[in-house]
Design a protein around this ligand. Sequence first.
Ligand SMILES: [Zn+2]
Length: 243
Amino acid sequence: MRFLPYTFLLFKIIFAQTIEHPQNSPLSVLSNIIKMEEKFDTEIIEFDTKWVDSLSLSLPCEGIPVPKRTMRLPNAPREYRNGIHRGVDFFANWGTPVKAVADGIIIRSDLNYEEVPASFRENLLRSSAKLGDTPSDIFNNILLGKAIFIDHGFELVRGFRTITIYAHLSHIEKNLKPGEKVYEGEIIGKSGNTGMRESTLGSKAGSHLHWEMIFQKGNQEIYLGKGIPNPELYEMLSLIFKK
Ligand SMILES: [Zn+2]
């Protein structure tokens, strides 16, 4: 029974710490960790237009403004993939120069993208329809086509890591590799229709720039404008770009 005095001593230390330093006691610290974990898992973030109140981005295609039509904006249904549109479809003809909307670091740059066969794309969409949803790997690797992702760190919007996505590109500037720094207004590629049905058939029809901004916090991510109805959505989007 020699351990008894040590057990007693340990309890005495914990008890004394709780009294003297209630915030720093082992029990208090442990309970805070548990509380934080619970908060993390249950608190679902919802997009708030206040996050982007002071944003001032360059348009990704010079002279091409944010479109007004709901179908070209975030939250529009995308029935061909049983999904919801997360971005903005700018009216950019095939080959229009595409620019970084803000300073950042390249995360993804599909320099060696090759279009997939039309039947493969169709089969993937058919299988996805049976699931009732398009899996994220198919969306990211097939449907976005030749794409660029830029990491803007925590600089753009306080409290969030922000990334921007430029999809369906026909061309990417040759030195643009992951890890490269890019600057606001720098040309990063050209618009196109890669990842779309028309591209798999060898046509340039349907070209546009699909652009997204994603906010990440903890293990969650949310797209710009999620849940915001039009015309409030259009007004918010047109205000975040410089005139
Ligand atoms: Zn789109």
